[in-house]
Design a protein around this ligand. Structure first.
Ligand code: ATP
Ligand code: MG
Length: 393
């Protein structure tokens, strides 16, 4: 079928009242960003509460649909056939050709839904509905009318050209990125944090990221894996500014000064502090992590309370009540799983204690941190100053 346009249906953003145009504009921007990587020339427009992607010349249909399926805010994508307005007889023929090519011999119920975007068209919508319905019934034995609950809603929009569409491809839902501020994602090389970033971004939040790197204990390949994960989620989230913090000296210092069973918690607290620094610097409104209750010792309710305590800004944990398998399912769906399971070490696994505390007490942790007083500020300052920023898109 020769589709020349896509009608984009959006869900929640339709109900945003006076600010609706902001949501629509963000959606248009995100669609343009997604299509920039696809072969073909596209024009993205909005009019009368509808968003259209018009195709100019040759293009790759499957790649286009794939790209649109990753734009948050899209509820459905309807491939549209254009025909010239050459009178009603020509239109009847075009519609019949469309039905034949799209549905072949299969039995279906249908309803015709004509909409005149151009009121100077000589036949009224209701009349045209009836005429086209009759034409279809005459031409196809496999088609039956059902006005209440049709399987096929045959939409015919009369504009400068006539648009015919009936198929709907499900979009990802959510809200367009750029409508809900920005957050700083703590992105590790694991399965969870890329999924967490994806989920928050699905609600319209822009994402920047920070990764704690511990060379030579963690390799260049471990870092590359995180850059790859950032790139993989950026097809949904838009460009990501990834901060790579050299965390080695801080980790070694904590390792030297503090009880080893508290290591992970104390380390996490410094990660959060540094992440918050970059979040403020980049006008982020919150932090995002891939934590989930009880997954490991550092994610018990006690541990989470300890790590949470260092942050002044809200910490969003979209996976907090998810089972691991559910997280794995999402990571497979969004395409990060294969990268996440590559076997490169991460800084937490190297310095992890044999028996980490599962019920840390904030008072005890804070007392241990006093032992870091001499050098920690200087080390944090250096870590922040030497951070490498990578623009990922
Ligand atoms: P993930 O699969 O996201 O790595 P995980 O199950 O391995 O999670 P942890 O290693 O305990 O869990 O990490 C919990 C969260 O802390 C991560 O989801 C991530 O947000 C953050 N985090 C952990 N290590 C790092 C790191 N090296 N750099 C940045 N963030 C990290
Ligand atoms: Mg991890």
């Amino acid at each position: 079928m020769n589709y020349k346009a896509f009608l984009i249906k959006y869900g929640e953003i339709g109900v945003k009242g006076k600010n609706r145009y902001l949501f629509e504009n963000a959606l248009l921007n995100q669609i343009r960003y997604a299509l920039a990587k696809v072969d073909g020339e596209f024009e993205v427009t909005k009019e009368q509460g509808r968003v259209y992607v018009e195709v100019i010349g040759e293009y790759d249909y499957l790649d286009t649909v794939d790209a649109l399926k990753r734009v948050f805010g899209i509820a459905a994508i309807c491939p549209v056939v254009h025909v010239e307005d050459s009178g009603k007889e020509a239109l009847f023929e075009d519609v019949k050709k469309y039905i034949k090519e799209t549905y072949g011999q299969k039995e279906h119920t249908f309803k015709v839904n004509v909409r005149r975007a151009r009121k100077d068209y000589p036949i009224k919508s209701m009349e045209l509905n009836a005429m086209i319905g009759e034409q279809i019934l005459e031409a196809f034995e496999n088609m039956k009318v059902d006005v209440h609950n049709p399987e096929i809603m045959l939409n015919i929009e009369i504009r400068k050209k006539i648009y015919i569409y009936s198929e709907e491809i499900k979009g990802p839902g959510g809200m367009p990125v750029g409508t809900a501020g920005k957050a700083m994602l703590l992105l590790s090389g694991g399965i969870d944090s890329p999924v967490a970033g994806y989920m928050v971004s699905k609600r319209g939040v822009e994402i920047d990221a920070v990764y704690f790197h511990a060379p030579p204990y963690t390799s260049e390949r471990a870092k590359q894996k995180v850059v790859d994960l950032a790139r993989e989620i950026s097809v949904y989230t838009g460009p990501i500014k990834l901060h790579v913090v050299n965390f080695t000296d801080i980790q070694l210092y904590i390792y030297d000064q503090c009880p080893h069973d508290e290591l992970t918690i104390i380390m996490r607290r410094y990660m959060m502090k540094i992440a918050e620094h970059f979040a403020n610097e980049n006008k982020c409104l919150g932090l995002v992590t891939g934590e989930s209750i009880g997954q490991v010792a550092s994610q018990t309710m006690y541990s989470l309370a300890c790590t949470n305590e260092v942050c002044e800004m809200p910490v969003y944990r979209p996976l907090i009540a998810f089972d691991k398998q559910d997280i794995v399912d999402i990571s497979e769906k969004i395409g990060t799983y294969e990268t996440s399971i590559l076997p490169f070490e991460d800084c937490c696994t190297i310095f992890v204690a044999k028996h980490p505390v599962t019920k840390p007490s904030l008072k005890v942790i804070k007392r241990s941190e006093v032992k870091l007083a001499e050098k920690i500020d200087e080390l944090m300052k250096t870590a922040i100053e030497t951070t490498e920023v990578i623009e990922v898109k």
